[in-house]
Design a protein around this ligand. Structure first.
Ligand SMILES: [Zn+2]
Length: 132
């Protein structure tokens, strides 16, 4: 096993605090440790997922009446967009939720396109034949 070593370039200054002596990551020992601690705290774990679920759930309950009214009025589909943003805070995760819904106008026509991935092979063969 090799012995872990830390090389410090004493000619360079830390871009974050200005102290002399920079490690391999481009920061001084102190700033490097702070960065490591912040990164260690950054984790999407069970608590963050639970918070995400709670936020989505409460947003849906909160907008239930509005969504219900829109759904009845639409006589068609209502698209619900849910967005979550997880940001690193000071040793904690900040979870932000956003909900929006759009009533899709029913025109009586539905655009449906069926894509057969295997059919592409036929076109590729045609291309090869045309090139030959
Ligand atoms: Zn520093």
């Amino acid at each position: 096993m090799s012995i872990p070593t830390i090389n410090i370039d004493m000619d360079k200054k830390c871009p974050q605090c200005g102290h002399k002596g920079v490690c391999g990551n481009g920061l001084c020992m102190e700033c490097g440790m702070k960065k490591y601690e912040r990164k260690r705290a950054m984790k999407v774990g069970d608590k963050t997922i639970k918070t995400c679920i709670d936020i989505i759930q409460s947003m849906l309950w909160e907008k239930q009446i509005d969504m219900d009214r829109a759904y009845i009025k639409a006589e068609g589909p209502v698209s619900v967009d849910l967005k979550l943003k997880i940001s690193p805070g000071d040793g904690v995760n900040e979870v932000e939720g956003k909900i929006s819904f759009v009533v899709e106008k029913s025109t009586g026509e539905v655009d449906k396109i069926y894509v057969d991935e295997n059919q592409m092979t036929l076109f590729e063969n045609e291309k090869e034949e045309a090139a030959a």
